[in-house]
Design a protein around this ligand. Structure first.
Ligand SMILES: NC(=O)c1ccc[n+]([C@@H]2O[C@H](COP(=O)([O-])OP(=O)(O)OC[C@H]3O[C@@H](n4cnc5c(N)ncnc54)[C@H](O)[C@@H]3O)[C@@H](O)[C@H]2O)c1
Ligand SMILES: [Zn+2]
Length: 379
């Protein structure tokens, strides 16, 4: 038995933002939640205008920090609960969307700290609408919200199906001016979601469908979306690919790339997309034999050419990923982020703690394997 949970409605494409008018918000008390970077980029204003045009009374909460800790989310959730809003519109990347999703299930009196232990306790009390402004996390499609737990130097995923949003708006104008480095890091995050979900032991026919299409779109459009400011067709394709990657996550699960990258976010505050991008190739090379059949399926589905044997096809898919990551200028090591060789054992221990995702990896990862992969990115 397989299950596919989807947001209530998804609006995608040019002018998708105007569909806020179809959501029946006239006269409603609406909270728009966002962050300073998104405000500065000018995109939050567009949503504000569309909400006002739809007849909503809007209050803005704009203090979401990048990759928030649960205490940050709690502060914002308390402010949110006091407003007694009908709807919550998140305008931002994964940090904003995860914060909004958590606010929506703790507004009836629970706490985010409690959800770390018992995620099922949260009950949703408002309508949620996600307007992603990065093309990466797919948080607009998942029941997950990720928060840092600073006292333990880790990041933790809270999973509650009520956090799947009521509506999603994928409007390419939201990412028109996304800086190239953020487009690259978040775009590789989407590629990791799709490739990990497709090669995951938890893959299902539903996740295969969405992951494959995400990979096809990303292979064709990631570079242009990052490197050509006016490539709106590619940016629109990346927004869709990121959403598909999110759908794939909720009916499959990511694997060792995400597992080993978690400590890099929790302890060293390396942005989620960069952490995954750096570990992607070491993990995929480690997985090559175990995932050869699945990787060769990607090769065939995308009508790639030049290889015959299964292992050659699998290698060609890895080569394509490696070229893309280089093309969009993602750093290949961690030294720039202050991670040192002395940190190796802490990383191994923390990475091995993420069994929730490691168990999905097609090749068993031992502590010695994790050490070998971290070594490759610690020059
Ligand atoms: N819930 C999930 O399923 C899921 C999946 C993957 C990652 N995540 C989480 O999402 C967070 C990362 O999200 P992210 O990668 O989208 O980055 P982010 O939300 O942290 O944003 C990164 C930076 O980009 C800026 N920004 C966003 N949109 C912009 C735009 N259009 N123009 C200019 N600047 C813009 C933001 O202000 C911020 O400074 C992490 O906490 C990660 O753990 C969640
Ligand atoms: Zn991710």
């Amino acid at each position: 038995m397989y299950k596919l949970n989807m947001p209530g409605a998804v609006f995608s494409g040019e002018q998708a933002l105007l569909s806020l008018d179809d959501l029946g918000m006239a006269g409603e008390n609406v909270c728009m939640i966002t962050d300073h970077g998104v405000i500065k980029a000018g995109v939050a204003d567009r949503v504000l205008s569309a909400l006002k045009q739809a007849g909503a009374q809007v209050r803005v909460i704009d203090q979401v920090p990048p990759e928030p800790a649960y205490q940050d989310v709690q502060r914002l959730a308390t402010a949110f609960a006091e407003g007694r809003f009908h709807s919550l519109v998140a305008v931002g990347g994964g940090s904003v969307m995860d914060t909004a999703k958590l606010c929506s299930i703790v507004a009836d009196g629970g706490s985010v700290k409690e959800l770390l232990q018992t995620p099922g306790k949260g009950k949703k009390v408002v309508r949620t609408v996600m307007v992603p402004t990065t093309a990466g996390t797919g948080a607009e499609a998942t029941p997950n919200a990720i928060v840092a737990v600073p006292e333990e130097q880790v990041k933790v995923g809270i999973v509650n199906h009520q956090m799947i949003p009521d509506a999603v708006i994928l409007d390419p104008e939201m990412i028109r001016g996304l800086p190239a480095n953020i487009a690259a890091a978040t775009g590789v995050d989407a590629m990791c979601h799709a490739v990990e979900c497709y090669t995951s032991l938890a893959a299902t026919p539903f996740s295969d469908l969405y992951a494959l299409e995400a990979i096809r779109l990303i292979f064709s459009h990631l570079a242009a979306a990052c490197l050509s400011p006016e490539a709106m067709e590619s940016k629109a394709a990346m927004l869709l690919a990121a959403f598909y990657g999110g759908v794939a996550i909720q009916c499959s699960g990511t694997t060792a790339v995400h597992a080993l990258s978690y400590p890099l976010g929790g302890k060293y505050h390396i942005p989620h997309g960069i952490a995954n991008a750096v570990l992607l190739m070491p993990v995929m090379r480690f997985n090559l034999d175990a995932c050869a059949e699945r990787l060769a399926c990607i090769y065939d589905a995308l009508a790639m050419r030049g290889a015959d044997a299964q292992i050659e096809k699998a290698q060609a898919v890895l080569d394509r990923m490696e070229t893309l990551v280089k093309q969009i200028r993602i750093p290949s090591g961690l030294e720039a982020y202050g991670v040192k060789r002395d940190d190796l054992e802490d990383l191994v221990q923390a990475g091995m703690g993420v069994q929730r995702l490691l168990k999905n990896n097609r090749r068993t990862v031992t502590a010695a394997d994790a050490r070998m992969m971290y070594r490759q990115v610690l020059n």
